[in-house]
Design a protein around this ligand. Structure first.
Ligand SMILES: NC(=O)c1ccc[n+]([C@@H]2O[C@H](COP(=O)([O-])OP(=O)(O)OC[C@H]3O[C@@H](n4cnc5c(N)ncnc54)[C@H](O)[C@@H]3O)[C@@H](O)[C@H]2O)c1
Length: 306
């Protein structure tokens, strides 16, 4: 099935939608992007071509991406639909209700929501067995992981078809068996961010030191050594001894940090305003972005995705 070109529809031609379209178009699938905003529609192919060129890949597949202003036309013959519209529950519910109506019977319908439970998006739809989450990471054409999220109603065949399609286009799909907030990777990432913020709030060290601690120690090992591989490597007896001491000491608050709330109230939003946990000049921001892209390209050229 995944060896032959599939008809793929993408809902939303923004940052993620265009990037997801790029992955499928570059792999030879037939892609249609539905984007309601005319000015955005006009930029979809050019953005995909520019991304491909920046990756030193042939930009030609961008020209084969169809762009549609109407959802019904975009999904009329789709075998797979990936929704990447704004992160608002009522909007996503209305899109999935429209997909249930306009996509062919049998089409697989997936949402790229970052945090909204898939169950809430597809609630009450008869097509729920063909609906799942596919949580891509930005930029979708560089970051390998896609979390394939199964709800209580998602059929195993839906998960299997998504996993096979994503694997065939070079992604590293994983099966998330329960539709929990944050799926897997964001739960892990934000457990770390909560503690990072708590350390700064408690005056243990400044924000730059927190980042240095991560980047100059376990961050270096992470591409090869996941946390549970690491626990096995050092020994579960040692891990237990460490947890007995450290877990009572680290932050377990169920609410966002008061420090984070205070910064947001002051308008210190990070790159958006030039100041967040740290101060950012335009040059600092451009440098960090460029270093991140260069690092990802380098790391993925000899990639370890197992
Ligand atoms: N940006 C990220 O890093 C990231 C990562 C993973 C997941 N996501 C999720 O992907 C989704 C899209 O995020 P994004 O960053 O691409 O946002 P974006 O704002 O760049 O793109 C959203 C696009 O959807 C279009 N749109 C608006 N209403 C629509 C409708 N009714 N039907 C179809 N399209 C509509 C908008 O015009 C816009 O072009 C969100 O659910 C977001 O949470 C984002």
């Amino acid at each position: 099935m995944t060896d032959t070109p599939q008809r793929i529809a993408i809902i939303g031609g923004g940052l993620m939608g265009a990037g997801i379209a790029q992955v499928f178009a570059a792999a030879g699938h037939r892609v249609t992007v539905h984007e309601p905003v005319a000015e955005v529609r006009e930029t979809v192919r050019a953005r995909i071509a520019a991304n491909l060129a920046a990756l030193e890949q042939d930009p030609a597949p961008a020209e084969n991406v169809a762009v549609a202003g109407e959802l019904a036309a975009a999904v009329a013959d789709a075998q797979f639909v990936f929704e990447a519209a704004p992160e608002k529950l009522p909007l996503k519910q209305s899109i999935f209700a429209a997909l249930a109506k306009h996509a062919p019977p049998g089409a697989i319908l997936a949402s790229n929501t970052s945090v909204i439970p898939i169950t809430d998006i597809v609630h009450g739809l008869e097509t729920a067995s063909r609906m799942a989450g596919t949580h891509w990471w930005n930029p979708p054409y560089l970051v390998p992981l896609v979390e394939v999220v199964q709800t209580a109603q998602t059929a195993p065949q839906t998960v299997a078809a998504l996993m096979a399609l994503l694997k065939a286009v070079g992604k590293a799909p994983v099966h998330v068996k329960k539709d929990v907030p944050g799926f897997v990777a964001n739960r892990l990432q934000h457990a770390l961010w909560r503690e990072a913020i708590a350390i700064v709030a408690a005056g243990i060290c400044d924000a730059e030191t927190v980042d240095t601690c991560v980047k100059q120690s376990f961050g270096l090992r992470l591409p090869v050594l996941g946390p549970l591989e690491n626990a096995d490597l050092v020994g579960l007896d040692l891990t237990l001894d460490i947890h007995n001491v450290i877990l009572p000491a680290i932050d377990n608050s169920p609410a966002p940090s008061p420090l984070l709330q205070e910064l947001v109230e002051k308008g210190d939003l990070g790159f958006k305003t030039g100041k967040g946990f740290r101060a950012w000049s335009a040059e600092d921001m451009a440098n960090l972005r460029a270093r991140l892209t260069a690092h990802l390209k380098r790391a993925l050229s000899g990639s370890e995705t197992a």
